[in-house]
Each structure stands twice: as C-alpha cells, then as structure tokens.
Write a protein that binds this ligand. Sequence first.
Ligand code: ATP
Length: 281
Amino acid sequence: VNGEDDIRIRREAVTLKELIGGGQFGNVYKGIFTQSDVNVAVAVKVCKAENEPADMQLILQEAHVMKNFKHEHIVAMIGVCAENPIWLVLELAPLGELRQYLSGNKGVLSASTQVLFACQLSTAVEYLHSNNYVHRDIAARNALVSSPQCVKLSDFGLSRALDYDAVYTASRGKLPIKWLAPESILYRAFSMSSDVWMFGILVWEIFAWGVKPWSGVSNVDVVGRIETGERPVRTPDCPESVHDFLVHHVWAFEAHKRPVMSEIVRVLQEVADQLKRWVRP
Ligand code: ATP
C-alpha cells in the first residue's frame, strides 16, 4: 500500500517555467522537476488557492488514485506539492491539446494516424475499466498529444474528486450534454457503458478533426434527437466501417447493448490493420 509520502514532492524540486494553459482548477505551467540530479520536463497544475480544505483532501486522494494508474496512454501523475497552493506535477505532453492538434493538422495527418489515436485512447479507457474506474468525462478536450504518434488521456481525477455535476455546472455553466450517454443526461447515471458512449463521441471528434459533435443542435434538444434514433452524422474523413460501428453498437440507446471497451480496442485494431493492408498491399 502506498503511503501519503509516496506522492509528495518537495516544492524546491519543482521550477515553474512558462504558462501553458488555464483550467477551471488553476493555471498549468511548464516546469522542471529535479530528482537525484536528473531534470525532467513536467506540467504543473497550480490549483487555485481558494479551494476548501475538504476539496483539497479530495484532490489529494484522487491524486493518489491517479498515481497508481500507470499506462502508456494516460498522462502520468508524478506527484503533488500538498500544501496550499497545491501543485499537481504531471507528465508533460509537449504537443498540447488533441483538439487543437487535429484542427491544426487537418488533412495533413493520415487516416492511419487518426485510427492510431483512437486505438491508443481505447486502450487507456480499457485499462481504467479493468481497474474498475469509470471516467465520466471522456472527450477530445481531455486528451493530449505527447508526440506525433502518441496521444494520452489527460489527468482526470479533479473532475471526479470535486463532484462532477458541481464542477461542470459551477465553473463551466453546463454539463457536457453532447458527449453524454442518454441515461447520463436523463438520470445522471454513469457507468462503464456510459463511458463507452462517450468514447464513441471522442472517436467521432478525432475523425472530424477536432470539431465538436451535434453542431447547430442546442443542448436541450440532444436527448430528444437521440431518442428518435438520430446520431452524430458521419464526417467525410471517418471510415464508413468506423462510423457504422459507432452508430450500430457503441451508440446503442440501451446501455447493456453497447460493446465493452476490450471489444472496441479489438475493432479499432482491426481497422488499423486493414488500413495498413490498403496502403501497402
Ligand atoms: P480538467 O481538464 O480536469 O477539467 P482543467 O480544465 O482545470 O482540468 P486542464 O484542461 O487539464 O485544466 O489544463 C488546462 C490546459 O493546460 C490544457 O488545455 C492544456 O493545454 C494544458 N495542459 C494540462 N495538462 C497538461 C500536460 N500534462 N501537458 C501539457 N499540457 C497540459
């Protein structure tokens, strides 16, 4: 069992560099983490100081959970400077947000790369599910790019630690309705099956070059559209086999009819293999 000290980092070991981005929990900086004379480039999330002590406890707990998740397609939690302001020290994803990367490389990346990204992220979610962890916020905005051939699910504990609804309704103003499974919209029900639905939306976003789903549809209308059988439409660069799989399986209205993540990993790997054969017969 990992003790509390396992995750703690001395603040002196971390040097903040330039600002990379701002989130609802505070700013994110590039940084250098020095451990036994070795310097590692990291991302440091500086949590806003006004966090309640109870929230801070939850943040630390969730940081612990995340520290135990070790997967090549999940941004690693390196450690935490625990006193206020809390610094979360994360593995750096040098190429930044997936959505921006996709829109910036529209038409430049090959279909194989898009399938590769989908595959990699599917293994990350499969890994979480095999550890009995439901993510609840799978979306392209929560994926980062480490290298041109490697994407990662970014840290996700915070939204979980600080009650999901509260996080979205308080600081973003709205739930991510367009990503949610119908049972999540209707009953706030979250499960591995609702993660599967959300993962389908993420795959759709990858092939849409970072465009968001249900464009032109207002949030209040989304669940009605889903109930009448409508689904996000295929974008030109999404392989038909992938879109058909999403529509007929992943986005099944009834949660129990959706495939499990391991099945999705298998299907995406098959698509990747097919693409390879087409490129080099
Ligand atoms: P959450 O995504 O949990 O709601 P948040 O909105 O507070 O948290 P993030 O979206 O995680 O903050 O981070 C803000 C920005 O900082 C991101 O959009 C991204 O550009 C950048 N960023 C975050 N983590 C990393 C990382 N590990 N490597 C590189 N850039 C990162």
